[in-house]
Design a protein around this ligand. Structure first.
Ligand code: ZN
Ligand code: ZN
Length: 290
């Protein structure tokens, strides 16, 4: 791990923090706090040195190491709590309905293991760690309870899965919300952070606002891409998914990625319909540009 600012460490996830791993943030004031447990091996050294664990959201790549910190109080946003408390809640929030269970197992997550988070955090919480102050910012869209964290003393913003990746925003769960995602990116831009740490990439110090802007703009580009496809010909949702406008290719397990693609495309279609740019007609549910 790297002490990126005094008292603040990034615990880099295995495989450079790529899914199914994610970087964690460790803060050491008088109180010692860990945000997320998906970094893999790097977390071993923190066992016994954590007073509280904050989970940024319910995705498994962020909480795979929860069992290492058994006995430590866990905190989660109430809207994401069902996704960690039970397998039924996880499948309800994702919409996966049991799909991909074998896949999760092969990722080393060994099936669903419930976490009992006794504590809750949310928008506006300011946590005094003694020497460091942690602010919770509710930034939904990726998941309903997705939170990011500001370390006030060093203007460090841990943006979690607003991850500035070239892929762009991800909102492939039933409970994800593309409009909220856009609003959350705008909100982070207004915060003028001096250092951004994300869950899956390298820390960012330069051109933070430009990078957030380009990342957020991907959503509008996808709207235009899907609209452009529907201008060429009317299509059903399944036909649109076949064209893979979001992912371009679907790795194994294909049904899971096809599901994510469909979820994201559906959210774009809903916005395009609300803008009266696209309509859905007929019994065969054909989408067409107006
Ligand atoms: Zn996530
Ligand atoms: Zn993630």
């Amino acid at each position: 791990m790297e002490e990126i600012r005094p008292g603040v460490w990034v615990v880099y996830g295995e495989n450079r923090g790529r899914f199914p791993f994610a970087h964690s943030l460790y803060l050491k004031g008088e109180q010692r706090v860990l945000i997320d447990t998906g970094a893999g091996r790097g977390l071993q050294q923190l066992v016994g040195k954590v007073d509280r664990v904050y989970l940024s959201h319910y995705h498994r790549d962020h909480l795979a190491g929860n069992s290492l910190f058994a006995g430590v109080p866990f905190s989660v946003h109430p809207l994401d709590e069902p996704g960690i408390a039970s397998e039924e809640g996880f499948y309800r929030l994702t919409g996966l309905k049991g799909m991909g269970q074998q896949y999760w197992d092969t990722l080393g997550h060994k099936g669903f293991s419930a976490t009992c988070a006794a504590e809750r955090h949310g928008e506006g919480d300011r946590i005094d760690l003694g020497g460091l102050t942690l602010q919770v910012i509710h930034a939904p869209g990726h998941t309903p309870g997705h939170c990011v964290f500001l370390v006030e003393e060093c203007e460090l913003l841990f943006t979690v899965d607003i991850d500035l990746s070239p892929f762009g925003p991800w909102y492939g769960n039933e409970s994800s919300d593309l409009v909220q995602f856009t609003e959350s990116v705008q909100r982070l831009r207004s915060m003028k952070a001096g250092l951004v740490v994300t869950s899956h990439g390298r820390p960012v110090v330069e051109d933070i606002d430009g990078k957030l802007e380009r990342y957020g703009a991907v959503i509008e580009e996808r709207h235009e891409l899907i609209y452009g496809l529907l201008r060429q010909r009317a299509m059903t949702l399944e036909q649109l998914i076949d064209l893979k406008p979001i992912y371009r290719r679907h790795p194994e397990p294909v049904p899971v990625y096809r599901f994510f693609e469909g979820m994201m495309v559906k959210k774009h279609l809903a916005v395009l319909q609300s803008r009266k740019a696209v309509e859905c007609t007929g019994e065969e549910q054909l989408y067409q540009a107006r």
